[in-house]
Design a protein around this ligand. Structure first.
Ligand SMILES: Cc1cc2nc3c(=O)[nH]c(=O)nc-3n(C[C@H](O)[C@H](O)[C@H](O)COP(=O)(O)O)c2cc1C
Ligand SMILES: Nc1ncnc2c1ncn2[C@@H]1O[C@H](COP(=O)(O)OP(=O)(O)OP(=O)(O)O)[C@@H](O)[C@H]1O
Length: 182
């Protein structure tokens, strides 16, 4: 896996999944595995585009579930070819959604895989409808837990407050989590 942290990546074609992916829980894993599978089928590289710190940690001061190093190690296990890590700061957050589209064009995104609530750009102005004007966007159905509730990083942060490690490990699909700033 090749890591591009605040470095430009140019590719003729690729399948891209995008997100904060904090915790890299089962929902994230399934979405990324699906994008990697599609990349193999199309015989193009798979790219994960992520943010450091996660936008929610930046804006809402939420704790970070997964350090960048741990996230990269987990992405490697998912056999992702390239990972773009954008430093999420004041300057980055102010970028218009059209800027972000240019970046996706630069990496030759022939398919984009995200969850149906994905948003991007300054003030979260961009949504899937907008993205679909430029790329083939595929949404992955929300992965739920045994009780039928959507798995999310937010839920894992809530469970952490109650030290509910059994449930946390179930949502993560692994028995390790090294949080930051807990
Ligand atoms: C160029 C760019 C600018 C963004 N600006 C904002 C922003 O102003 N406010 C905000 O809450 N999120 C902003 N975000 C973060 C997105 O809302 C979202 O968290 C990010 O695309 C990751 O998706 P995910 O939350 O589904 O993982 C921005 C994202 C991008 C790519
Ligand atoms: N349970 C899930 N099943 C499938 N896709 C998911 C799931 N949770 C998140 N995704 C998708 O993964 C990408 C990254 O999501 P994100 O990092 O915002 O995760 P999240 O768990 O929703 O986080 P948070 O609770 O902090 O908003 C997005 O495209 C999102 O729609």
């Amino acid at each position: 896996m090749r890591v591009f942290k605040d470095r430009e990546l140019f590719l003729p074609s690729s399948v891209v999944s995008i997100g904060a992916f904090d915790g890299l829980h089962k929902g994230h894993q399934k979405l990324i595995r699906q994008a990697v599978k599609r990349a193999r089928e199309l015989d193009v590289p798979s790219v994960v585009y992520t943010f450091d710190p996660p936008p929610r940690a930046y804006f809402q001061k939420q704790i970070v579930l997964t350090s960048l190093d741990e996230k990269l190690a987990l992405m490697e296990k998912l056999t992702v070819d390239y990972i773009i890590v954008a430093s999420f700061n004041e300057h980055y957050a102010a970028r218009p959604s059209a800027d972000f589209l240019d970046e996706l064009i630069q990496i030759g995104a022939c398919e984009v895989w995200v969850g149906s609530d994905f948003r991007f750009g300054k003030g979260k102005e961009g949504d899937i409808k907008f993205l679909s004007n430029y790329f083939q966007v595929n949404t992955y159905p929300f992965v739920t837990c045994d009780q039928g509730k959507k798995i999310s990083s937010t839920r894992i942060r809530e469970l952490l407050k109650n030290n509910d490690w059994l449930e946390i490990y179930q949502l993560l699909g692994r028995e390790s989590l090294k949080t930051l700033d807990v």
